[in-house]
Write a protein of this length. Structure first.
Length: 293
């Protein structure tokens, strides 16, 4: 084979390599464009899909259907999408409903008010009983009523009694009520959630009650937790003749608090501590056995 033939052959081989490299480049470019087309198709489908309706689970039926309260108004008995795990549904859960048949198609994250998110929340506060002086008797009592039920709930099951759902701390300002509540949370490694009761009272009808519901919902999410309600007399004062809309709203907020207390599992991992400077002003309903002890 002559040198010219060798040169020509090498040129052909190089040309073949160049064409193969070019083919690979076009192949990768094609794959990239196909991915972009698929993405754009999915985006078009997402943007043109009909919006869902927000609703809340009111009840779960034995046949797998659920009763939902839709944001459009009526309560509906609807089916649940087979793509959802029905065991994750619970009363009060926020869900998305299809506009076509109102079926539950998605479980939405819990919605909390901005005020609830902005509360003082401390994971296991760095406070011990040694930081508190002159309250030995109170420390002993609160350990029996809050600490032991959280750390050793089976002790109460064994003797067949229910521990209190919460305790009430009272005394003049600066006597150590908040510090004592933080120490219990630290000892039990519970989340400390502090709320000032006066901030639960809102000017719009039903807003205060909604905040109370969301407060306890948040406490369950953060369990084990201790909810510390300071200045509880702001919503828990003795009920008298209700003449103004403001007084009626305070009354509604108190009723929601009582409802939440009654609905709590006493052996659960959420405890409530109330604090007040004037126990004589509190409504007797708050002091009934099983609520605040």
């Amino acid at each position: 084979m002559s040198s010219e033939d060798n040169t020509f052959l090498k040129k052909l081989e190089q040309k073949l390599l160049d064409l193969e490299a070019e083919r690979k480049d076009w192949y990768y470019e094609r794959e990239k464009l196909l991915r972009e087309i698929q993405f754009l198709r999915e985006e078009i489908e997402r943007l043109t899909a009909p919006p869902y309706i927000e609703g809340y689970i009111s009840d779960i039926l034995e046949d797998g259907r659920v009763i939902v309260k839709s944001s459009t108004g009526p309560s509906l008995i609807v089916n649940v999408s087979r793509n959802l795990d029905i065991s994750k549904l619970s009363v009060g859960k926020r869900v998305a409903l299809s506009q076509r048949n109102f079926a539950v198609v998605e479980i939405l994250p819990d919605q909390l008010d901005t005020y609830i998110k902005a509360m003082e929340v401390i994971e296991a506060p760095n406070v011990s009983y040694n930081d508190i002086g002159g309250l030995d008797e109170q420390i002993k009592e609160i350990r029996e009523l809050i600490e032991i039920p959280l750390l050793k709930p089976k002790l109460f099951e064994k003797v067949g009694i229910d521990p209190p759902k919460g305790v009430l701390l009272y005394g003049p300002p600066g006597c150590g009520k908040t510090l004592l509540a933080k120490a219990v949370a630290s000892q039990t490694k519970a989340t400390f959630i502090k709320v000032v009761a006066s901030e639960l009272v809102q000017k719009y009808i039903g807003e205060g009650a909604r905040l109370v519901r969301e407060l306890f919902q948040f406490a369950r999410m953060k369990a084990p937790s201790i909810v510390f309600i300071d200045e509880i007399d702001a919503i828990g004062g003795k009920r008298i003749d209700i003449n103004t809309s403001g007084e009626r709203e305070v009354h509604r907020t108190l009723l929601q608090l009582l409802s939440e207390l009654d609905g709590f599992n006493p052996r659960g991992d959420v405890k409530i501590i109330g604090a007040t400077n004037r126990i004589d002003l509190l409504d007797p309903a708050l002091l009934r056995p099983g609520r605040f002890d």
